[in-house]
Design a binder for this molecule. Structure first.
Ligand SMILES: C[S@@+](CC[C@H](N)C(=O)[O-])C[C@H]1O[C@@H](n2cnc3c(N)ncnc32)[C@H](O)[C@@H]1O
Ligand SMILES: Nc1nc2[nH]cc(C(=O)O)c2c(=O)[nH]1
Ligand code: SF4
Ligand SMILES: [Mg+2]
Length: 215
């Protein structure tokens, strides 16, 4: 299969349990919960996305004809040294494109593979770290994994506290609340802190790359 990649770059993982870890980010083009066009945002299932995932025109992006070519490009970004090789598959929605060939090609090059997914498609079983971020109004089929990362608050038709309680029945190792980044970011951060104070299994995840001026 060929792969449509918006961009690929080397940075630190900004979010979640692995925040601060050196990582190649592979951002796939396309998502099943929003077209990525501003004129469609208000009618999309997921309306708060902070990411441009349309097309293949970003740094390190393109159409990759096969998994080996894509994995070679990822390794070139990582550079020399086998220690700590780590790649985050994101998007857009990566599970629209991740397949056996890509997982095998990345593992063959020594990468541990993480994914950031909305959970509406089953996660590939060969992944080393599965982060699921549920979106109100979508059906989450992937209810197990390493970390559940809930963007909070989700106003309007977003998740309620009853939805949070439902999620607490799912099978994750780590439970993270990430403040919604929008014009009310300061209020959202307070609401996220409040949720953690009320429900101690949850921990705060900050999008540290945004504070650090990283991608
Ligand atoms: C851009 S998404 C791509 C991966 C996948 N489609 C997903 O939603 O998990 C990467 C992460 O950013 C989070 N995110 C997107 N927009 C956000 C925002 N405005 N504020 C906080 N987190 C956001 C998502 O919930 C997800 O955890
Ligand atoms: N530095 C950095 N960390 C991230 N963690 C998850 C991200 C994403 O967009 O999936 C992201 C991102 O875009 N940049
Ligand atoms: S599901 Fe993920 S990539 Fe898709 S629109 Fe929502 S946050 Fe963005
Ligand atoms: Mg991001």
């Amino acid at each position: 299969m060929s792969y449509a990649v918006k961009e690929m770059f080397l940075t630190l993982q900004g979010e979640g349990v692995h925040a601060g870890r050196r990582a190649v980010f592979l951002r796939f083009a396309g998502c099943n919960l929003w077209t990525g066009r501003e004129q469609d945002r208000a009618s999309a299932v997921c309306r708060f996305c902070d990411t441009d995932f349309v097309g293949t025109d970003g740094d390190g992006g393109g159409r990759f004809a096969d998994a080996d070519g894509l994995a070679d490009a990822a390794l070139a970004l990582w550079g020399e040294g086998r220690d700590g090789r780590y790649i985050v598959l994101t998007g857009g929605e990566p599970m629209l494109q991740v397949d056996d060939a890509l997982v095998d090609a990345l593992h063959a090059r020594g990468f541990a593979i993480a994914i950031e997914s909305n959970g509406t498609l089953p996660a590939h079983p060969g992944l080393d770290w599965v982060c699921i971020s549920p979106k109100a109004g979508s059906e989450v089929v992937q209810r197990s994994g390493n970390e559940l990362k809930l963007v909070w608050p989700q106003p309007g038709q977003g998740h309620s506290l009853a939805d949070v309680e439902d999620m607490e029945g799912w099978a994750f190792d780590h439970w993270l609340v990430q403040p919604l980044d929008d014009p009310k970011a300061a209020d959202n951060a307070r609401a996220a802190v409040e949720l953690v104070m009320e429900r101690p299994r949850w921990r705060l995840s900050l999008q540290s790359h945004k504070y650090l001026g990283l991608r």
